[in-house]
Write a protein that binds this ligand. Structure first.
Ligand code: RFL
Ligand code: PHB
Length: 392
């Protein structure tokens, strides 16, 4: 089999790349190791920056987004049992939209299907070879048969546990990594959200986040110890802890409901530099991971794909490799800005288990008060939260 761009991974990054390439008349094949239903049901991100929704609209994926996306003009910070609003739109002119990553993936799969795009789900033994030469290949076992796909280029969109990153030789790339001493327990609850805007809460017991998915479904998160098994968190303990951490003195109440899903995710910051080698280009979580507190992961993945799709278009239309050669450099400034913002939000809002004398907690409270009192500081948060576009 032959194609122009072979794509490993059918997450939002891989599917969006395939969709954008198709719109430029460039052929691609997507190879995914999981089943289609697994990929469509995986509960993850929820918050899209305006740059992301603009791109989705421009490439023909705006219809359901307009009908079901919840557009937000502000975000709430809660500490000392009080709520403080950061007016995002007033401060930046931009909005953010709550639209589950699952829906983005569903929309992309529907678009690829409508265009007769090739997406192989349930692929076994996926491997990649020859990225330093002229004819890289993706090999896999698909429906029990070995398949070899010859490509002009390979896009590694296979997430944080993928195989593509390992194709960059150790001496050629550097992996920057930082682990955090906390994890997130995330739940999806069948109950109307108790808030119209996201609430990020700092509490002595740890961080909590109240997000939304739809008028009937809430998404909530709790900071937990990364070593703690999910079995330690029966549903009622989760609600009790959410009530404690999100509690206020102004009469606000948190409605409880049945939990549809729950899972624990460790928090890490990772960046691979450069994000390319020979004919291999990494994008999204395959190249970088951010802690979720800044809601940046999916948005940075989409930003990578925009740059990469334009670089492929420039190569295939004009034979010009400059944009492909400059891909990594073009992406990394934004990646590090997202890393810094995510680190800043994370350390401002999580309770550090080693902070026994509570010095850090005092500093965090001071920072939170500053961010909610000073228009300059609030603007810094707002412009990063809605998506800061660096000048080159
Ligand atoms: P994905 O989504 O992980 O997709 C990678 C795909 O590659 C497949 N794969 C392979 N396929 C073939 N062969 C192999 N050897 C393969 N190995 C892996 C996988 O099965 C998968 O289908 O990466 P992608 O496309 O780069 O997308 C990145 C986003 O998924 C991620 O950054 C976000 O979900 C992060 N994130 C958030 N981002 C936001 O922008 N806003 C948010 O509000 C937000 N909240 C979150 C999040 C991530 C979370 N978790 C669970 C990590 C909240 C959470 C809890
Ligand atoms: C989500 O809705 O899943 C979500 C929202 C904001 C974040 C992280 C996750 O910072």
């Amino acid at each position: 089999m032959r194609t122009q761009v072979g794509i490993v991974g059918a997450g939002p990054a891989g599917l969006l790349l395939s969709h954008l390439l198709h719109q430029q008349g460039i052929a691609s094949v997507v190879v995914e190791r999981r089943s289609e239903s697994y990929v469509q049901q995986r509960v993850r991100a929820g918050l899209l920056e305006q740059g992301t929704t603009d791109l989705l609209r421009q490439c023909g994926l705006g219809e359901r987004l307009a009908a079901e996306g919840l557009v937000h003009e502000g975000v709430l910070l809660r500490f000392d049992r009080c709520t403080h609003r950061i007016p995002l739109t007033e401060l930046t002119g931009k909005t953010v939209t709550v639209y589950g990553q699952q829906k983005v993936v569903e929309d992309l799969i529907a678009a690829r299907r409508a265009a007769d795009g090739t997406v192989f789900f349930d692929a076994d033994e996926v491997s990649v070879a020859g990225v330093a030469g002229d004819r890289p290949v993706i090999r896999a076992v698909i429906e029990g048969r070995p398949v070899e796909i010859e490509c002009d280029f390979i896009a590694g969109c296979d997430g944080s546990h993928g195989i593509c990153r390992d194709q960059i030789p150790a001496g050629v790339h550097t992996q920057f990594e930082h682990d955090y001493p906390f994890a997130w327990l995330g739940v999806l609850a069948k109950v109307a959200p108790s808030t119209d805007e996201l609430i990020y809460a700092f509490h002595g017991n740890g961080f909590a986040l109240h997000s939304l998915r739809s008028p009937e479904v809430s998404r909530l998160y709790l900071q937990v110890d990364p070593s703690e098994p999910i079995e330690n968190w029966p549903d009622q303990r989760i609600w009790d802890e959410l009530q404690t951490r999100l509690g206020t003195d102004d009469g606000w109440t948190l409605a409880e409901g049945p939990l549809l899903e729950k899972g624990i995710t460790a928090m890490r910051s990772v960046v691979t530099e450069p994000m390319q080698h020979g004919r291999l280009f990494l994008a999204g979580d395959a190249a970088h991971i951010v802690p979720p507190t800044g809601a940046k992961g999916l948005n940075v993945a989409v930003a990578d794909i925009k740059v990469l799709a334009e670089a492929f278009a420039s190569w295939y239309a004009h034979g010009n490799r400059d944009r492909l050669d400059g891909y990594s450099q073009a992406c990394l400034r934004r990646v590090w800005r997202a890393q810094d913002f995510s680190y800043w939000m994370t350390t401002m809002l999580h309770r550090d288990p080693d902070d026994t004398d509570e010095v850090l907690a005092r500093l965090q409270l001071s920072r939170l008060r500053y961010v909610t009192e000073s228009p300059a500081a609030a603007r810094t948060l707002a412009e990063n939260y809605v998506g800061y576009t660096t000048s080159t």
